[in-house]
Design a protein around this ligand. Structure first.
Ligand code: SF4
Length: 193
């Protein structure tokens, strides 16, 4: 199976009640062999409406940060979420929803096989690394997920709510650029790092 096959299956998924309230299933976006995989929490209103991940205000901020790093969705990053359908009212995903949807993400991770993983916010961190993890404590530290360097960072929506988080978050992304140069492309260009 390749990523296209899996994503086709995800598009038809009806394994949890979110299938009744969604407008779109948002599988993810990026190259099939992306060296970086970014994992967020769940689609929001704009994403559910447009059928693409991270297209609202949070997504626009994320794109700006990626651009400053010299990364983009066409060449460097595959962006997906823990849940592929929007929880109504953008509420936090329920544990049972995560349990049912997580295998899709695991298959995507297996097929994309990224060199570096970025976890956006607490839900992604807890789901992949462990319930006991706290984003405020471990953000900016390299963790290990299945042998891959994994960087938890604040979710861009947290940066929009609290702009004071932008400066420390930029330091975290600089570490990701350094790691990318170490593991993927030593001549990677960023105008700011
Ligand atoms: S959230 Fe996940 S498990 Fe639930 S219907 Fe959507 S794709 Fe399926």
């Amino acid at each position: 199976m390749n990523l296209k096959d899996i994503n086709k299956e995800i598009l038809e998924c009806r394994k949890c009640p979110l299938e009744k309230t969604r407008n779109h299933v948002i599988v993810g976006e990026g190259p099939e062999d992306a060296p970086i995989m970014i994992i967020g929490e769940a689609p929001g209103r704009d994403e559910d409406f447009q059928g693409r991940p991270f297209v609202g205000k949070s997504g626009q901020l994320l794109d700006k940060i990626l651009d400053a790093c010299g990364f983009n969705r066409k060449e460097h990053v595959y962006i997906s979420n823990i849940l592929k359908c929007r929880p109504p009212g953008n509420r936090t995903p329920k544990p049972e929803e995560i349990t049912v949807c997580k295998p899709w993400l695991m298959k995507q991770l297996e097929l994309i096989d990224p060199k570096i993983i970025i976890l956006l916010g607490a839900t992604a961190l807890k789901t992949l690394v462990g319930e006991e993890q706290r984003i405020t404590r471990v953000r900016g530290e390299w963790l290990n997920w299945s042998g891959r360097p994994t960087m938890p960072v604040f979710h861009p929506s947290a940066l929009l709510r609290n702009p004071e988080l932008k400066r420390p978050t930029w330091e975290d992304y600089k570490k990701i650029v350094f790691k990318y140069r170490e593991l993927v492309d030593s001549s990677h260009y960023s105008a700011h790092v």
